[in-house]
Design a protein around this ligand. Sequence first.
Ligand code: NA7
Length: 543
Amino acid sequence: MGTRPATAAGEEYHDFLVIGAGICGIYQLIKLREIGADALVIEKNADVGGTWFNNRYPGCRFDSESYTYGLSFSDEVLQEWDWTEHFSPQPETLRYLNFLTDKFNLRKDMQFGCTVSSMRWEESSRTWGVALEDGRTYRSRFLVTALGLLSAKTPPRYPGMERFRGLSFHTYDWPHDPPSLAGKRVAVIGTGATGVQVISAIADQVGELYVYQRRPNWCAPLHNRKITPEEMADIRSRYDEIFEKCAKTPGGFVHGPDPRSFFEVPAEERQAFWEHLYSTPGFEKWVGNFREVLMDEHANAEFTEFIANKIRERVKDPELAEKLIPRDHGFGVQRVPLETRYFEAYNRDNVHLIEIEKTPIVEITENGILCSDGEREFDIIVYATGFDAVTGAFDRIEITGVGGQRLKDLWDDDPHTYLGVFVHGFPNLFMLAGPQGASNSTNFPRAIETGVNWTTDLYRYVLDHGYERVEATLDAQSQWADEVRAMYSMLLLRNAKSWFTGYNENVDGHNRSRNLIYNGGAPRYRKTIEKVADAGYTGVDFA
Ligand code: NA7
């Protein structure tokens, strides 16, 4: 790296500063070391793990196959690590990330307890100044964000929440020393992927469980099971094949769309196919379905009815079953929560459903929750109300670029990026899980590996040429925004009120759709970024 820029007293300098020590930051540090770069990772938590460090609620686990979630870059790691369940539970995933960290001795280039409050571009030195909440400061030539897609929790904004005398927390903050649930009166607000996992896991542990449901979700069975040693040996022998399959599917999973057209397959055969899908593990029923299910209203309606009937079969009380069936959106246009006996939980006497669209929550009281039909008392209230997805983690930091432009203001209307990696006006800032990138719509680590390999090649190119300033052009960014917008328009999810469209009523200004994610699929994204690199990084200016 060229000359070291001047730093203020007490300021720590590194050529690369990576923010976040989740799977993304971990992999980026490994790759930065490979190219001999001077890099430091700073992380707000007390240790590595990101999502898997924070989310410790009961039932928290992968919805993607464990062996497709692990990083593929090291044969040694693949050979050494054993997954014990097809869909790994949180403690095991956190152990995996610690295993990686220890194996590559990463902690020596990581600092914990670093909550970043601001990141400011300084044009005169072509560096970034980063300040922490506790006053510590850093300076770097290049800044890499690995902030996570779902790391900015959004509790609801009910009056009186601070008054509640029992225990209450967002699922992201489930206490590391978990509270006893035995015999407790527990409320869970929210029925997204998180709420569904919590509800299923605790229904038989608590005294009484009240589920406060705003809108039901289309859930489908996970079909998790243990991985036997023989199965693990088989998986190990097939890793190349598994990762190759993931590389070819739009979602980066082992599941790819059925090659047949919905319209070519006779109705009876479709039903038989769906019965089969419903019995298979993981996201097969979502992303292994006919493509038209996610693109065509008629095809979507038919599969949606198939799933509604499954709910009717599984929930004993027919009236209750109808309440658990979504009415405002079809299957798969929002993130599909995968579940283990979720619907059966409602057959238990101690589980009760409160439809808050019919009897809205008025306030949280000292003793519980007051709805329009009266108050219920609780020992524990769990807010499973989701996240300010993708941009939330950026918005919580004061990020200023060229001429003092605030990133939050720039993205206020809609996020703008080039390839999900760059933002014009914010030189030397590389986003590993930024808006409009492929990681947010696919199996995260698969996309991260692609993205980090690509950015690492870019860093090498920059270092080899002695460049000190890298910035995407406005033109390239506008074209990318158009492409992202066009892809939304092809999918039924464009109309959904979910984090896929950046919709979140708990955040000012986010109760509308935004073009947050890249929906073109992993292979197409990979092809695009490879083409950009092969052509000498089109759309990027170097100085
Ligand atoms: P989600 O999927 O955004 O779900 C949030 C849930 O909380 C959903 O059921 C919401 O109802 C409900 N919600 C949100 N705000 C409120 C308020 N104010 N009152 C009542 N209910 C509310 O987040 P998750 O944490 O479940 O999942 C996030 C991702 O984590 C998931 O996609 C996986 O990738 C892992 P709504 O449906 O909006 O009516």
